[in-house]
Structures are given as structure tokens and as C-alpha cells.
Design a protein around this ligand. Structure first.
Ligand code: KG4
Ligand code: ZN
Length: 389
């Protein structure tokens, strides 16, 4: 079946066309118009500005998506749109357009949960079977349930257990900031711009510290001396940020204290902002603190629920350190568990993941439900706080 996917929940106007059959998703096009430049001036996404941009871009992006896929409206079998959660003014644009197209073209329409989309990005790959064989230990070429998925995006940090397709149990989540939100806020404190994740990851690469070296007393030991002359001198600074809830008994997270620790560090040592090497050190330690907590909680959940597959999802899953270190940890502690990560192209917001999730939803629907979906153009409503069920 050919699915048109539309995603406008935040600051990307994204449209995709996929051809999907029996769980194999072939991407025919993945068109994205990013608004990063516009929002970076404000240090974050401004909902009404985002909506205006979506309105301006949505039709050209749809045209581009269809043209790239060499697909005409009559070839489309299903339209899928992000229904929520997200910014309401932004969601309204995508939902209005999707409803209009479904009405005019007489197509069934499905509203998809944004996080469900992120999770199903793991099922999109040019060769999903081969991918699994290479990376997983099962060898059967199928992603096996139960799946434990670590969802890490700008708005969510959750551990989700899936016993079967479209069946979600949230077994842990952040009590305050999401991981991506912490990256964005810390980047703002360090004047690194928006979005913070890629900027911090880039800086951290300039000053890699091993998790072993990072152990030691919390806080910032050693006085800054400017100018910094050698790398060794920085290594001696032994920056140690907190790892909130690392050892707590439950599977929840908290990142706001970590962000505040960076804020106080900079307030106490304002010269940090003028020194690129120290900024890299702070980025490196901050990133490692987030990665440490995410990995520790994922392993704790794996210990308890014994999944056959562990997956990553959401924008922060583009983080190379997280991808690499989680892989090592799983290999060491759970060698019989497969580890699946989305292509980085589908880690951050995109519409391919929305179409992919719609394929699996459609597959579970009976005739009556599919017939009902033909009338969704009249009833679908976006929801800012849509729940994952
Ligand atoms: O999933 P996403 O694109 O949008 C939401 O659903 O929120 O995630 C965006 C988040 C932002 O907070 C961004 O800073 C973070 O993902 N992000 C990263 C990286 N790339 C994007 N965080 C850490 N490392 C990255 N490489
Ligand atoms: Zn997202």
C-alpha cells in the first residue's frame, strides 16, 4: 500500500510517501522543510511562528514529496497525519491539510501519535531484515517482542514496554525536563544556539572524556586559570556534574537538576563562556551525565522485564555517544538481546515514521474500522496532550 505521511507537530514541515507491505517499509520520499533558522533567533520554538511557517510550506512540501516519489494522488491508499502531542497551532495546519486532502481525494485518514511514529522509525530501513541479522543476535530476521524502547525527544523521556505491535506500557518517565529539553536548555546557558542536542554533541566531540575518568567527587574541583594553555590542564579540572536519579529504585528520570548544575557552574565561573575548550569540557561531561542515566535506567528495565529487543527512539537517539555506549552496555549485560536503532535520518522529526506507524495500525484494523477511517476527514481533531495507548 502507498501511504502519504504528514508531520507538523513542532518546527519541521515534513511529508513522506512510503510503500509498505507486511511490515516492510520502503521509503519513496522524505521531504522536510526545517524552521531551525527562524526559531534559533528566539532560542526555542515559537508556536505561532511555527504555524505560520507550516502554512507557508505545507503545500510545496507535499508537492515535493509526491514528485520525488513519482506518485499521483490516485496512487495513494492511505493518508496519515500526526494528531499529537505537540504544539496545537502547528498540529492544526497538518491536520487541516490532511483532512482536506482525504476529503477531496476520498482517502482513508489516520491520526498518529507522534511518539508511536518515533518508535516505528525503527521498522524503517532499506533492508530491515538484513539490518536485524547483522546487529541482533536472534538471526531470524524479525524484530522480536517484547520490545523495550527508550524514547528520548525534546518533549518526552520514557521507557516503553511493548509486548506486541501497538501495545504500549510506560514503565518509566521523566519527572521534569525531557532529555532533549535538557540539551536545549544547557545549550542556551552556554550560548550554543538551538537546537541544543547537535550543538552540544559537536562540542563534546572536541573534548571526549571517558566515563571512567568522569568518576570522582561531584562538583567542580580545581580553579580556573586563564588562559588555558594545554589540554592536560583542562583534564585536571575534573568537572563532575550530577547524575540525577541514577541509583533510584524506580525507572523514572529527572534532568532539571543537571541543567541547574550547569547554570550554577556558569554563574560562578562566567569566564567559562569565553573559553571554547572549557565549554567543550562542560558539554562533554553534561552529555556523559545524560547518557549515564539513560543507559543505567534502560539496563535496569531490561533486568526487570527481560525484553528480546531494545530500541532507541526520538531526536536524542541521533546522539552518537548514546547509540554507541548503549550498544556496548547491552552487548555486555544482555548479549542475547537485539539492539535496534533508527537511521539517524529518521531519529529526528520526519513524516516517514508517521506513515510507517500508520501501516502497522492499518494492518490491525478490520473492515469496519477501515471503512470508518474513510470518514475521518470529518472528525479528526489534533490534541496537544494525546496519550500513547
Ligand atoms: O524528536 P525530535 O526531533 O522532536 C521532538 O519530538 O521533540 O527531538 C528533538 C530533540 C531536541 O531537543 C534536540 O536538541 C535533540 O532532539 N537532539 C539531540 C541530537 N539531535 C537532536 N540531542 C542530543 N544529541 C543529538 N545529536
Ligand atoms: Zn519528535
Amino acid at each position: 500500500m502507498v501511504i502519504l505521511g504528514i508531520e507538523t507537530s513542532c518546527d519541521d514541515t515534513a511529508v513522506s510517501v512510503v510503500e509498505a507491505e507486511k511490515g516492510i517499509i520502503k521509503v519513496l520520499s522524505n521531504a522536510v522543510s526545517s524552521q531551525i533558522k527562524l526559531h534559533s533567533q528566539w532560542g526555542g520554538v515559537v508556536p505561532n511562528l511555527a504555524a505560520r511557517e507550516h502554512l507557508k510550506n505545507i503545500i510545496p512540501v507535499i508537492k515535493a514529496g509526491l514528485a520525488k516519489a513519482k506518485i499521483k494522488p490516485e496512487d495513494i491508499d492511505l493518508i496519515a497525519v500526526t494528531q499529537g502531542p505537540g504544539l496545537i497551532p502547528a498540529l492544526m495546519v497538518g491536520n487541516s491539510v490532511a483532512k482536506t486532502l482525504a476529503y477531496i481525494w476520498q482517502k482513508p485518514l489516520l491520526g498518529i501519535h507522534h511518539i508511536e511514529g518515533h518508535i516505528y522509525a525503527n521498522f524503517v530501513h532499506p533492508h530491515p531484515t538484513l539490518y536485524h541479522r547483522e546487529r541482533g543476535s536472534g538471526g531470524e530476521g524479525k524484530i522480536k517482542f517484547p520490545i523495550l524502547c527508550l524514547v528520548v525527544s525534546g518533549g518526552h523521556t520514557q521507557l516503553v514496554l511493548m509486548k506486541k505491535h501497538l501495545d504500549y506500557k510506560i514503565i518509566g518517565e521523566t519527572l521534569d525536563d525531557a532529555a532533549g529539553e535538557a540539551f536545549d536548555k544547557v545549550a542556551r546557558i552556554l550560548n550554543l544556539g538551538y537546537p541544543g542536542g547537535p550543538a552540544i554533541a559537536q562540542r563534546a566531540m572536541e573534548f571526549p572524556i571517558s566515563p571512567v575518568k568522569a568518576s570522582g567527587p561531584r562538583g567542580f574541583t580545581g580553579n580556573f586559570q586563564f588562559p588555558i594553555k594545554s589540554k592536560l590542564q583542562i583534564t585536571n579540572y575534573k568537572l563532575r556534574l550530577p547524575r540525577p536519579m541514577l541509583n533510584s529504585k524506580n525507572l523514572n528520570f529527572s534532568f532539571s537538576g543537571l541543567k541547574t548544575a550547569v547554570l550554577y557552574l556558569v554563574k560562578k565561573n562566567p569566564k567559562i563562556l569565553k573559553n571554547k575548550k572549557i565549554i567543550s569540557l562542560v558539554c562533554s561531561e553534561f552529555q556523559q551525565a545524560v547518557v549515564d542515566v539513560l543507559i543505567a535506567k534502560t539496563l535496569k528495565a531490561a533486568e526487570k522485564y527481560r525484553p528480546r529487543t531494545i530500541m532507541l527512539a526520538g531526536g536524542v537517539s541521533a546522539n552518537q555517544e548514546l547509540r554507541k555506549q548503549l550498544k556496548q552496555a547491552i552487548k555486555q549485560d544482555f548479549p542475547n538481546t537485539s539492539y535496534i536503532i533508527p537511521d539517524t535520518l529518521y531519529s529526528i522529526d520526519n513524516a516517514v515514521m508517521i506513515a510507517a506507524a500508520a501501516h502497522f495500525r492499518w494492518g490491525k484494523m478490520n473492515k469496519t474500522k477501515r471503512k470508518k477511517a474513510e470518514k475521518n476527514w470529518s472528525i479528526l481533531e489534533p490534541s496537544a496532550n494525546l496519550k500513547l495507548v
